[in-house]
Design a protein around this ligand. Structure first.
Ligand code: AMP
Ligand code: MG
Length: 419
């Protein structure tokens, strides 16, 4: 089953908007995009990192039968003798995990039972082996055992038929354990989103095609973006690098749209003379130039090329990564079937001071040391080393703000963006 195409005007900004606030841009992406991947079924062993296409419910209760939580002795609580010390004769046999004891426990007896063993008929309580003295064919222990002690009830974790994981969930290692425990052998998942990455710019050179001449720089964005996409569980398609040449840019878009569900470009996204990504998208892709009130970032070129969404990022690696984390991640999440992915940040005291003006949101390269957020010494958006120094981003809101040492600021670890 193929989902419907995206609407032509999905990236249209309301008229009159000049500098678009980050939240306005995010709401627009959230509301106008939808999942574009078809559904397929995969075996549990191959499902890690995949996105559930439907809610999944338990085929079986967990645990499937009442069993012992410890090594000890099983007994019927109602039949325990009165007195400070309980002494019980031991019944024949032993209940072990995978080696159930058939038949009913005789009244007034206890039976050897091991962790994970199904409770034999009439056993509802287990006394811990360390709490017993054992002699020949009987055990003795202090009274006060609670009914049901040291047992696990059938279905106490999950009842058969209950929804265990919801549609849109990207399956984590622990989810595979949960699904296996409730008897789910295969799951409906979204086909992996395919995302193509293109670098542009006359000065940019593929690191594998070096050495660079004077006036050339190595392509830093493409290896970074391809790996970000892999980390998010998508199929990353490498479209390579093209010069600032409209015909080459167009060819790359055609090639990308034929292979991928979305295209991410970096460089040439502004409205300058050599900004050919913008120019080509404007001529043939219904370009929407979003001027985002955000630092780093600003120009974001959005378009549909043959129905395939294009995210044109700025060329500066710092801006390219921040825009990818803030805009591309949730947008790709929607396209991939995972739904809108809002990062969860937390408040920490600042280990820095800064005064910022109103009218734009700022993201600072940051890390936590001794419970406080430090920021990188330079805000220059060409300073790639700051991205590696950092372990996340501090977000400063749209309004004017004077941050003093110890004031609370919002910190998003890279992990909040799925890295
Ligand atoms: P642009 O967005 O094309 O105006 O580029 C902004 C800055 O980013 C310029 O200094 C470019 O040289 C640089 N830049 C563009 N693409 C890349 C890239 N793939 N890797 C590293 N730097 C880049
Ligand atoms: Mg350029």
């Amino acid at each position: 089953m193929q989902p419907p195409p995206l609407k032509d005007d999905c990236f249209a900004m309301p008229p009159g908007v000049d500098w678009t606030p980050v939240d306005t841009a995010l709401v627009q992406l959230r509301d106008r995009l939808h999942a574009v991947t078809p559904v397929e079924t995969v075996a549990l062993a191959a499902a890690g990192g995949r996105i559930l296409a439907q809610d999944v419910s338990a085929n079986r209760s967990s645990p499937p039968y009442a069993n012992s939580a410890v090594d000890g002795y099983g007994l019927a609580h109602a039949g325990l003798p009165n007195g400070e010390i309980c002494t019980l004769p031991l019944a024949q046999g032993r209940a072990a995990a995978g080696g159930p004891l058939e038949g009913k426990l005789p009244d007034g007896h206890a039976v050897r039972i091991l962790t994970g063993a199904r409770l034999p008929e009439a056993v509802d309580t287990v006394v811990l082996e360390e709490d017993c003295s054992v002699e020949a064919d009987r055990i003795a222990f202090r009274s006060g055992l609670r009914q049901g002690a040291n047992t696990r009830k059938a279905g106490e974790d999950v009842a058969k038929g209950a929804v265990v994981l919801a549609r849109g969930r990207r399956l984590q290692p622990q989810d595979l354990a949960l699904l296996a425990s409730v008897g789910v052998a295969e799951v409906p998942v979204c086909r992996r989103l395919r995302v193509a990455v293109l670098s542009t710019g006359d000065e940019v050179l593929d690191i594998a095609a070096g050495p660079a001449k004077d006036a050339q720089i190595y392509d830093a964005n493409r290896p970074m973006l391809l790996h970000v996409l892999q980390r998010w569980g998508y199929d990353a398609v490498d479209l390579g690098h093209v010069q600032d040449d409209p015909a080459m840019v167009e060819d790359a878009f055609r090639n990308g749209a034929a292979q991928a569900d979305a295209i991410i470009t970096s460089g040439g996204a502004s409205a300058g003379d050599e900004d050919h990504v913008s120019a080509v998208l404007k001529a043939k892709g219904g370009l929407q130039n979003w001027r985002i009130a955000m630092k780093p970032g600003r120009p974001l070129a959005l378009a549909l090329w043959d129905g395939v969404p294009v995210f044109g990022l700025p060329g500066n690696p710092v801006a390219a990564l921040v825009c990818t984390l803030i805009f591309a991640r949730p947008a790709l999440g929607v396209l991939a079937g995972a739904g809108w992915l809002a990062p969860q940040g937390f408040s920490v005291p600042a280990a820095f001071g800064k005064s910022k003006k109103a009218g734009r949101r700022e993201y600072l390269r940051a890390r936590i040391r001794d419970g406080r957020a430090e920021v990188y010494h330079s805000e220059g958006s060409g300073r790639i080393s700051g991205l590696s120094w950092a372990e996340g981003l501090v977000e400063l809101g749209d309004g004017a703000q004077d941050v003093g040492q110890g004031d609370l600021v919002t910190f998003y670890p890279y992990g909040a963006f799925g890295l």
